[in-house]
Design a protein. Structure first.
Length: 106
């Protein structure tokens, strides 16, 4: 499955009654909330002695992706375009792979 196929399938479960501004707000708030849930799993693992619940993280990652698909749609871009633009930005920023120096001096 590619990004655009995922986006199309994921958006089938977005309420059709949401207008564009509501879709945007729902996407941003949902992305924030789901990212927080991922962070909470990692926090509990690293700082509170919990075993890392890998499947819980994977499930939350899926929720993050759902909201990314919705956010992309709300701003009028498909996921593959967003992915391609991100890779181009990263290739420009780090042409030889990540470097601490290029990160500091960008």
């Amino acid at each position: 499955m590619n990004g655009n196929e995922y986006q199309k399938l994921a958006l089938r479960t977005c309420p059709e009654s949401l207008e564009k501004p509501e879709r945007l707000l729902n996407a941003v708030l949902g992305l924030s909330g789901e990212s927080g849930e991922v962070a909470d799993h990692v926090k509990k693992h690293l700082f509170q002695g919990h075993e890392l619940d890998r499947m819980a993280v994977v499930n939350e990652l899926g929720d993050v992706l759902w909201y990314c698909a919705l956010l992309a749609d709300a701003v009028g871009v498909d996921l593959e375009t967003a992915m391609e633009l991100n890779v181009a930005k990263l290739q420009n920023r780090y042409p030889d792979g990540f470097s601490k120096e290029r990160s500091i001096n960008r």
